[in-house]
Design a protein around this ligand. Structure first.
Ligand code: 5GP
Ligand code: MG
Ligand code: MG
Length: 183
């Protein structure tokens, strides 16, 4: 769906399709410089990172392996608690591998920080993070993120994989949701 299909549910478009693709291409070029000789394993975190993974991985100028994890973080509603449970684990043995976690958004950082520690305990050669969006003001833990697409203000965003109550993941753009939708 397009932003125009959201009517009054959309407050603002933050990033257009073109802006997203342009930034992902830049990130892919940067990542490939660092990983072209490392047989990188891209690890996507379901479900939000599906769109980022699809477009980012295809922007890479060479082949990369891909695997997926699904986690649930316990917490009240839209807040993450840092207590994480693995719903679907990787199928790949990552010992000795160079792992690049591909994420949609880092908010408090609690979920990703847990995932990184978990993956690091499996003996990989390296674990780095690539995220399309980050909210610096919302950070609750210091987390070293090597590749960041855009830093955004502390507002709830939807689209391009990001949902509100499982809706709007298929929005082509990224935008802020009007308050009346969630209050
Ligand atoms: P964290 O543990 O960093 O607080 O939360 C990470 C997860 O919360 C993200 O992967 C995403 O699923 C969800 N999340 C955080 N901020 C937003 C947001 O602005 N919009 C949406 N749709 N999901 C978000
Ligand atoms: Mg995510
Ligand atoms: Mg969600």
């Amino acid at each position: 769906m397009d932003a125009e299909h959201m009517g009054a549910d959309l407050e603002n478009v933050l990033f257009t399709e073109e802006q997203i693709q342009q930034r992902l291409a830049e990130l892919a070029a940067e990542v490939w410089e660092d990983y072209h000789d490392k047989n990188v394993l891209l690890v996507g975190v379901l479900r939000g990172a599906v769109m980022v993974m699809a477009d980012f991985s295809r922007a890479l100028p060479g082949s990369a392996e891909m695997d997926w994890m699904a986690v649930s973080s316990y917490g009240s509603g839209t807040k993450s608690s840092g207590v994480v449970r693995i719903l679907k684990d990787l199928d790949t043995d990552i010992s000795g591998r160079h792992v690049l976690i591909v994420e949609d958004i880092i908010d408090s950082g609690l979920t990703l920080s847990w995932i990184r520690t978990n993956l690091e305990s499996r003996g990989p050669a390296s674990v780095e993070i690539c995220t399309l969006l980050r909210k610096p003001e919302a950070a609750k833990v210091a987390i070293d993120v090597k590749y960041v697409g855009f830093e955004i203000p502390n507002a709830f965003v939807v689209g391009y994989g990001l949902d509100y109550a499982e809706k709007y993941r298929n929005l082509r753009q990224i935008g802020t949701l009007a308050k009346h939708v969630y209050s």
